[in-house]
Design a protein around this ligand. Structure first.
Ligand SMILES: [Zn+2]
Ligand SMILES: [Zn+2]
Length: 355
């Protein structure tokens, strides 16, 4: 069975054919796949994506086949899917910014590895994990120890790497600093955990859903506030100066601006949320100059998936980050539309489809 996107829901189909792995490719049986907000963004046009497609870009599973010339991965390996895999040869890879590699990513997006009734079916962000099996370039899977549960592993494939990485790698949050995080979904909760790992003194979580603020406190936020109460929290914590770091984990123009405004002069605003091409942040020349704020984009946690996935597994094993606690619900693929509805209501951290 597989899910194929049509608008903001999916059709569950039994007739999706998966290509055999070609040279340099692997066949992966998906065991767990996260429902990330970006999947919905692909379905509603926020993120550009070729249709029809299988959603899902967070996933973990087992390698069940390999094509010619595959050397780094073997049948039986447990793996996490990396939706932007590093090629290892291009300028960004050689410069030490492998998360910005586009060589394999663009090729993955351009090539349909699923077919249905003789027509091409693409995979979201070049992957497409809401299905029983998938063919990927060998670079797009990272082998992990066999004892890591698949649901935990799936989360690492996108949300956790993106959020923890934004704090640890992109911003390099300093010990004792003040942090505000906008949005307490999977990525925001991960950014909170990342800021806590870095030793932030105060971590303020901002969300409109009261239950998610309670969740945020469990993961290391020191205070949770409704957006209407942020100004008061800013006054209490920073004397109104603003936070050392603000992380926007939503992807909308009003919260880009709110994150910028909540950052102190000389502080750092980090845009983690994936916004639409027409979501415009406007900043005037004087404030840019006078505030001396740094505005950073953060893409896939500024991480090298080949080492970052393993680092996150070690942090999880030693209890320094909580990944099981992020799984709000586990669902069978049959119920994925119910999961999408819960995501739209905004009252979940992360749901994982178990296959
Ligand atoms: Zn590259
Ligand atoms: Zn994602």
């Amino acid at each position: 069975m597989a899910a194929v996107a049509g608008g903001e829901s999916v059709e569950l189909v039994d007739d999706l054919a998966v290509d055999e792995p070609g040279p340099g490719e692997v066949l992966v049986a998906i065991r767990a796949a996260g429902i990330c907000h970006s999947d919905l963004s692909g379905m509603n046009g926020t993120i550009l994506q070729r249709f029809p497609f299988v959603p899902g870009h967070e996933g973990a599973g087992e390698v069940v086949g390999t094509g010619d010339g595959v050397s780094a991965v073997h049948v039986g390996d447990h793996v996490i899917v990396a939706w932007t895999p590093p090629c290892g040869r291009c300028k960004p890879c050689l410069r030490g910014q492998p998360n910005l590699c586009i060589d394999i990513f663009f090729a993955m997006q351009a090539r349909a590895r699923f077919h249905r009734a003789g027509s091409d079916v693409f995979g979201f962000a070049g992957t497409g994990t809401w299905t029983e099996s998938i063919v990927l370039p060998e670079q797009a899977v990272v082998t992990i120890p066999n004892d890591v549960p698949f649901d935990v592993a799936a989360l690492i494939g996108c949300g956790v790497t993106t959020g923890v990485g934004a704090a640890v790698n992109t911003a390099r949050v300093a010990v004792g600093s003040s942090v505000v995080v906008f949005g307490c979904g999977g990525v925001g909760i991960s950014a909170i955990q990342g800021a806590r790992l870095c030793g932030a003194a105060e971590i303020v979580a901002v969300d409109t859903v009261p239950r998610k603020l309670d969740d945020a406190l469990r993961f290391g936020a020191t205070r949770g506030v409704h957006p209407d109460d942020l100004l008061a929290a800013n006054g209490d914590i920073t004397g109104g100066e603003g936070f050392d770091y603000a992380f926007e984990c939503i992807g909308s123009a009003p919260t880009f601006r709110a994150a910028w405004d909540a950052t102190r002069r000389g502080g750092t605003t980090v845009i983690v949320g994936a916004g639409r091409a027409d979501a415009i942040l406007s900043l005037n020349g004087f404030e840019l100059f006078f505030s001396e704020k740094a505005l950073l984009g953060s893409y896939y946690g500024s991480a090298d998936v080949r080492s970052e996935f393993h680092r996150l597994i070690r942090l999880w094993r030693s209890g320094r980050i909580d990944l099981e606690g992020m799984v709000t619900a586990r669902l069978p693929l049959e119920d994925v539309n119910r999961g999408i509805e819960a995501l739209q209501r905004g009252d979940v951290i992360r749901q994982v489809v178990m296959l």
